[in-house]
Design a protein around this ligand. Structure first.
Ligand code: ZN
Length: 171
């Protein structure tokens, strides 16, 4: 049984309702929005979310599921044009045990840059030898709190990044 995290109100629905000043939309579709992630572990990292409050992959309609991937491809193209990353990571968590924290479907799209000290996110990647850090360097969790502070940008900065990515979306 997959246990979905509890959150009331849902922070993604709150953002969509305009109650979060850092909320910045990069792209819009019929069923999805692509929004900047308030945690910028990598500059430009964003999420494709469903307009509807659907909790996990299992709750998506076929139309929503198809548009999520199409939107991810569009924004990944923009991120490559804008930031010239070495790679683009996409991932999505279903259930507390998989690392899901917000009970509203969101598909992460993350440009990976050389020298990145990303240590959280998909936890299995944090210790991969070739996860963008020096080969063989294990993840040191002692710096996580400082990193969380550092990657928390102001609403103005988040809006600037979103606007900059938006300019590079394909037609
Ligand atoms: Zn929601």
């Amino acid at each position: 049984m997959i246990e979905v995290p509890k959150q009331d109100p849902c922070e993604i629905c709150e953002g969509m309702a305009g109650r979060d000043p850092g909320w910045a939309v990069i792209d819009e579709g019929e069923y999805t929005l692509t929004v900047i992630n308030p945690w910028q572990y990598e500059i430009g990292q964003c999420c494709v979310i469903t307009r509807r409050h659907a909790e996990t992959l299992f709750d998506l309609t076929r139309e929503e599921a198809a548009e999520v991937i199409a939107a991810a491809q569009r924004v990944a193209t923009a991120l490559v044009r804008r930031y010239k990353p070495l790679g683009v990571l996409t991932f999505q968590n279903n259930g507390v045990y998989s690392g899901q924290e917000v009970p509203h479907y969101h598909f992460h799209v993350v440009p990976r840059q050389p020298g990145s000290d990303w240590g959280i996110g998909p936890p299995q990647l944090a210790t991969f030898e070739s996860a963008g850090r020096v080969r063989g360097t294990p993840h040191d969790p002692s710096g996580d709190e400082a990193r969380r502070q550092r990657v928390r940008l102001t609403p103005e900065e988040l809006h600037e990044i979103a606007a900059s990515v938006r300019e590079h979306l394909p037609d």
